[in-house]
Design a protein around this ligand. Structure first.
Ligand code: C2E
Ligand code: MG
Ligand code: MG
Ligand code: MG
Length: 275
């Protein structure tokens, strides 16, 4: 309306804040459309058992195939979507899509595997989050052991009480709970024994910093030892070289993922990988 009245007036209304509001409103609309039109797709990155080299599971990673903007990486829309309170819709969509995928793969592949889904802190600490996930598994007839949920340290800190309830409800039913990007963020060790978790995922910055000789890696070594002491499994993320894979195996790391094994790939390619 203002625009038709001439550029001067348009400029008058167009303060920085208005622009931001307009942009946010636009993103909100676009996310809703994206959910309806299935513009969000999941890619799957294999998680490899380091001792046996078998595929233990996959991490599901969202991609936005926007009709006009093209491919949008998660780090380019998730932070804003989180701020605008849009993540619970997206996260539930991702869980549903992943569980539907498991349902199809389960019968093509004899050995057990799991699909690990990233959940933003806000969604995770919603009161009915675990119930919604378990309901979905029941409806689609998928055993809980096929699903894992990845949360970051932040999700634990924000609403400690509710996070604990969500973790316990999911784990009691058999859904694994993984602590993602371990070692970055708050890195407060005090909460580790407060929460019952299944896996620590060592952040890839530590893996990128791995040095050639085994004794030169005290931090990675300590994280693995810590995990073992707490009866947790350890997954290393971002393995890019055979040296990293070799050292992590020697240090007793249970599993790993990274470009050295495979990049995240569309479902159709991932199922070939499974076979
Ligand atoms: P993340 O959960 O820590 O995921 C690992 C990221 O590292 C992925 O980036 C993956 O593609 C990338 N990666 C895997 N192997 C390697 C490697 O060898 N080298 C390097 N340099 N990178 C590697 P991506 O897919 O861009 O996702 C970024 C982040 O966005 C994720 O970090 C996660 O926090 C978030 N995210 C992704 N998908 C979802 C989702 O469906 N829901 C939510 N809430 N967050 C998601
Ligand atoms: Mg993750
Ligand atoms: Mg991670
Ligand atoms: Mg990360």
């Amino acid at each position: 309306q203002a625009k038709q009245d001439g550029r001067g007036i348009w400029r008058l209304f167009c303060t920085e804040m208005d622009l931001e509001t307009t942009k946010n409103y636009q993103l909100e609309q676009e996310v809703k459309t994206a959910l309806q039109q299935q513009q969000f797709i999941l890619h799957y990155q294999p998680i490899i058992d380091l001792a046996t080299e078998n595929t233990a599971g996959f991490e599901a990673l969202i991609r936005w195939q926007h009709p006009s903007r093209g491919f949008i990486a998660p780090n380019d829309f998730i932070p804003l979507a989180e701020e605008l309170g849009l993540m619970s819709q997206i996260d539930l969509y991702v869980v549903r899509t992943a569980v539907e995928q498991i349902q199809r793969w389960r019968f093509d592949y004899a050995t057990e595997f799991y699909v690990s889904v990233n959940i933003s802190g806000r969604s995770f600490s919603e009161i009915d989050f675990a119930d919604k996930v378990l309901e979905l598994l029941r409806t689609l007839g998928v055993p809980a052991s096929y699903l894992a949920i990845e949360i970051t340290e932040r999700a634990l800190i924000d609403k400690i009480g509710q996070a604990k309830i969500s973790i316990n409800n999911l784990r009691d039913a058999g859904v694994k709970v993984l602590l993602d990007d371990f070692g970055t963020g708050y890195s407060s060790l005090s909460y580790l024994h407060e929460f019952q978790l299944d896996v620590l995922k060592i952040d890839r910055t530590f893996i990128a910093g791995i040095r050639p000789r085994i004794q030169e890696n005290p931090v990675v070594n300590t994280i693995i030892t810590l995990a073992k002491t707490l009866h947790l499994k350890v997954i290393a993320e971002g393995i890019e070289t055979s040296l990293q894979r070799k050292l992590l195996t020697e240090l007793g790391c249970d599993a790993g993922q990274g470009y050295w094994f495979a990049k995240p790939m569309p479902a159709r390619e991932a199922v070939e990988w499974l076979k």
